[in-house]
Ligand binder design. Structure first.
Ligand SMILES: [Zn+2]
Length: 78
């Protein structure tokens, strides 16, 4: 199953297909929906998923960077 990290919380999102077979992702916790409609976007997405699959680390790396950013931002925000 193809997966991609949510850009807000880094949770792994499963690739879904709409009735026209176009790919999209939903993050329930963030309420984010990512729809990829264009041909170029779909090609780029396939390439990205392939790259993510080849290298396991981007998910962990993404989470680490996200947590670093949150550590900087949250004390200011609250
Ligand atoms: Zn999310």
């Amino acid at each position: 199953m193809a997966k991609m990290p949510c850009f807000l919380c880094s949770k792994e999102l499963e690739l879904r297909r709409d009735k026209h077979k176009k790919p999209y992702f939903v993050c329930d916790s963030c309420g984010v929906q990512i729809f990829v409609r264009g041909r170029q976007g779909i090609e780029n997405l396939e390439e990205l998923i392939k790259t993510l699959r080849e290298r396991d680390f981007p998910f962990r790396e993404h989470a680490r960077v996200l947590h670093e950013i949150q550590a900087c931002v949250w004390p200011i925000a609250f």
